[in-house]
Write a protein of this length. Structure first.
Length: 102
């Protein structure tokens, strides 16, 4: 009988933790994360569910003689935005996966 009570308490605790985790995931999904390239030449904005929502390119970043530079700036801005999103996700949700080997 005692064992059944412990299992029931564990299930309630797990459900409570799952609900809190889902709330925190929703908070992240509602946020925006903006990555920037050097000199703010390119800005890439992501929703919390990793969808690109905006890409701003300054006109001076567009050099017809050097398309590789623009590509590099876009990649830098996108990677910066995704890194910021990953950091926020880890800060909020990392406590749930800590010690699980995930």
């Amino acid at each position: 009988m005692m064992r059944g009570m412990n299992m029931q308490q564990m299930m309630k605790q797990a459900q409570k933790m799952q609900k809190k985790m889902m709330e925190e995931q929703a908070e992240i999904a509602a946020q925006s994360f903006t990555g920037v390239a050097p000199d703010d030449m390119v800005k890439a904005t992501f929703s919390g569910d990793k969808k690109l929502t905006d890409l701003q390119i300054k006109p001076e970043a567009i050099d017809p003689d050097d398309p590789d530079m623009l590509s590099d700036l876009i990649v830098a801005a996108v990677n910066d935005g995704l890194a910021k999103l990953d950091q926020a996700t880890q800060a909020k949700l990392g406590k749930y996966t800590k010690g699980l080997g995930l």
